[in-house]
Design a protein around this ligand. Structure first.
Ligand code: GRF
Length: 209
């Protein structure tokens, strides 16, 4: 059974996709052992409570300095003893101490086709504003392993989504969520649970069933 900790900051629609994927069998042999948020007001925490999943909040403003916050964040993850850490709309840069301890066991969902529209400042709606400003005809989402950089770890899976004429950032965000994020993340977690994601020469590959 793959034990996953899901880290969230906002609405939790990706968390919901994981919860639903486990309940409907799309994600096999997996258990969410904890939800951790940096934001007390995150609706993702309501989704965790509704699904009877233990959750906790580690908010930067409750700590004197960043180091104490990062130690508390790592402590909250350690406490649930996950095999895999899933960043699902988590807007805090993962501290080096956590990268080292969970090397190769942290994944993130990003709402673009990396390496486009990623890195510092490219999160949430901003990503879709950037895509529309550039005039791309195709965007999408990426699931990747997390390394010490920002959206720079080995890419595990991607899914393309068409940009339609007249799209607003909000409309495009919703389409990318529905058609890509909520499909990709459950698929990758199921593949990891099944031992079907391998790293070879720094590249991630999903092997067939
Ligand atoms: C979404 O834009 C998602 O692409 C990104 O974080 C935002 C919020 O996601 N990863 P969620 O609804 O909190 O899962």
């Amino acid at each position: 059974m793959l034990r996953i900790a899901v880290l969230v900051s906002g609405g939790g629609t990706n968390l919901q996709a994981i919860i639903d994927g486990i309940n409907d069998g799309k994600i096999r042999n997996t258990k969410i052992v904890g939800v951790i948020s940096n934001n007390l007001g995150a609706y993702a925490l309501n989704r965790a409570a509704d699904a009877l999943i233990p959750s906790c909040v580690v908010s930067r403003k409750n700590f004197e300095n960043r180091e104490l916050f990062e130690e508390a964040l790592l402590g909250a993850v350690d406490a649930v003893e996950p095999d895999l850490v899933v960043l699902a709309g988590f807007l805090v840069k993962i501290p080096d101490i956590m990268i080292e301890k969970y090397q190769g066991r942290i994944i993130n969902i990003h709402p673009s086709l990396i390496p486009s529209f990623c890195g510092v400042g490219a999160y949430g709606l901003h990503v879709h504003e950037m895509a529309l400003a550039r005039g791309v005809k195709v965007t999408g989402a990426t699931v990747h392993f997390v390394d010490g950089g920002m959206d720079t770890g080995p890419i595990i899976a991607q899914k393309a989504v068409m940009v339609e004429p007249g799209d607003t950032p909000e409309v495009l965000q919703r389409r990318v969520m529905e058609q890509a994020e909520w499909v990709l993340l459950p698929m990758v977690i199921d593949a990891i649970a099944g031992g079907r994601v391998v790293l070879k020469d720094g590249k991630a590959v999903i092997t067939e069933e």
